[in-house]
Ligand binder design. Structure first.
Ligand SMILES: Cc1ncc(COP(=O)(O)O)c(C=O)c1O
Length: 481
């Protein structure tokens, strides 16, 4: 396969101060790049003419280096196709492989081997059910229509069509009233949280987070210099009174009210009002992480907390990872009206924006009605897959398992009260058998004592597969695998 790699100028910094002739430097850098695996068999190298102009040396200098590399078998001239790294190189070079060269193929191999999703992996939508043909059509339509203006820098706050499509969707489906200029498109939830915390918080400001919670929330805030205050969660969501007791003057609270991550409970109306009340009195901000609020299997999705936000204290964070697919790397945050300009300024400072064409395709997908159809289909599919997994676990494990099926989300929690071992050990056993179950306990602080295994059900293709997974799990937990 012929492919262009890094710009040759990046590989070859010419040093005019040394006594080593320029052609020798070029020769040595190419050789090192090949031996270290940066250039691989079959990679095309720049023509002597273009490399000479890029490096500011005479064409003959580059030709001398290329001739030597060809003479020693590193390069091979391919007529019209130009010069490539010799396709028969690996065996010849094997004796000289240094550690770095061994690392490069191993790295690529690892990525190929861990192609997601692993069975029971959390938080990944049904990749087999994504409408790929339709998506490909929308992508190619946008690609064909690309104008010169589309190739320029986009608005770092987001593509206008996507911001408008998100605002329209939120109004209808999540009860969130906002203007498109309040919607800021980001690379995903963490980017939304980082943008919000950098914009609104100072070093050492305290922030309530849920205990247990989503680990990246804590990591992002800590790395931005904030002090996180874990607040317990019960069957009504974050216990606001505890937050007030621990840090009444905190500057922010980050919550997952639709479907608490990881326990799956929905925040009660009383708690929502209490939280909003606290925020308006303390002049604190609330980040509502609505990562999978669309997925609810008993009744319609609950309106977002933001829909009750009379004092404009809530920043609503959404992500396309769960409703489309994570490789898109697109999320967004809706800023309160009063913060619209501050956020626009921050986006300008912090970001080049997200890829224009991807944003435009997502906007088309939403505006043309595909998004709501897709969500509707996924709700039905996930409800089925969730039941398949729950039934299979009960069949394989009987009363050894207690299953917590919350009314929404993309995972269930299985508890194994009769096992002596902690959930970390059970998860380790399951993982050794290739099942990506995650322990519940590690998502909380030392005060959080609940145990169980978190299991994603969205990618379970059939009842038979569910049975196989449950049987494998039982054997793994019993240490028969
Ligand atoms: C609680 C929670 N929030 C947000 C997200 C979305 O994150 P991202 O946009 O980075 O995919 C996830 C994804 O797993 C999550 O579990």
């Amino acid at each position: 396969m012929i492919q262009e790699k890094k710009s040759p100028a990046t590989l070859l910094k010419i040093d005019r101060a040394t006594l080593t002739p320029l052609h020798r430097q070029i020769y040595e850098r190419f050789r090192a790049a090949i031996e270290q695996g940066v250039l691989r068999a079959g990679d095309r190298v720049a023509s002597a003419r273009s490399l000479a102009s890029e490096l500011g040396v005479a064409r003959g200098t580059v030709e001398t280096a290329y001739n030597q590399l060809a003479g020693e078998g590193y390069f091979s001239a391919q007529g019209q196709a130009g010069t490539v790294v010799s396709p028969s190189l690996p065996s010849r070079l094997s004796a000289r492989r240094g550690p770095r060269q061994a690392e490069v193929p191993a790295f690529e191999q690892t990525l190929a081997e861990i192609a997601p999703p692993l069975p029971l992996q959390l938080g990944i939508p049904a990749l087999d059910a994504f409408p790929r043909k339709l998506w490909a059509r929308l992508v190619s339509r946008r690609a064909r229509a690309t104008t010169t203006a589309d190739m320029f820098y986009g608005d770092p706050s987001g593509h206008p069509a996507l911001r408008a499509a998100i605002a329209a969707y939120l109004r209808v489906s999540r009860g969130v009233l906002c203007h498109p200029s309040q919607v800021f498109v980001t690379g995903g939830y963490r980017a939304s949280l980082a943008l919000s915390s950098h914009t609104l918080l100072g070093k050492d400001d305290r922030v309530w987070i849920e205990d247990p919670g989503y680990p990246p929330t804590r990591q992002v805030l800590r790395s931005a210099g904030q002090r996180v205050v874990p607040v317990p969660v019960d069957e009504e969501g974050m216990v606001v009174a505890q937050g007030m007791r621990k840090a009444a003057k905190a500057k922010m609270a980050v919550v997952t009210p639709s479907h608490q991550a990881p326990l799956g409970v929905s925040m009660s109306l009383a708690r929502r009002l209490q939280l909003l009340d606290w925020a308006s009195q303390a002049k604190a901000w609330i980040v509502e992480d609505d990562y999978d609020g669309e997925y609810r299997y008993a009744g319609p999705p609950l309106p977002a907390l933001k829909s009750l936000d009379g004092h404009d204290r809530v920043l609503y964070a959404g992500s396309f990872s769960k409703v489309l697919y994570p490789g898109l790397a697109l999320g967004y945050v809706v800023a309160p009206d009063s913060l619209r300009d501050v956020f626009a300024q921050a986006a300008q400072t912090w970001s080049n924006g997200s890829p224009q064409i991807t944003q435009a395709v997502v906007a088309d997908f939403m505006r043309e009605g595909h998004f709501s159809r897709h969500l509707k289909k996924m709700r039905l599919l996930y409800a089925r897959r969730r039941n398949m997994l729950a039934e299979a676990l009960l069949k394989a494990l009987g009363d050894e398992v207690r299953i917590d099926l919350q009314s929404g989300g993309m995972h269930l929690i299985a508890r194994f009260d009769r096992w002596q071992e902690c959930d970390e050990e059970l998860a380790r056993r399951a993982q050794l058998a290739g099942l990506n179950c995650q322990p519940l306990s590690v998502r909380g602080t030392a005060n959080f004592r609940d145990q169980g295994l978190l299991m994603g059900f969205t990618n379970i293709g059939s009842a038979v597969q569910a049975q196989q997974l449950a049987t494998t799990l039982k054997a793994a937990l019993d240490r028969r695998l």
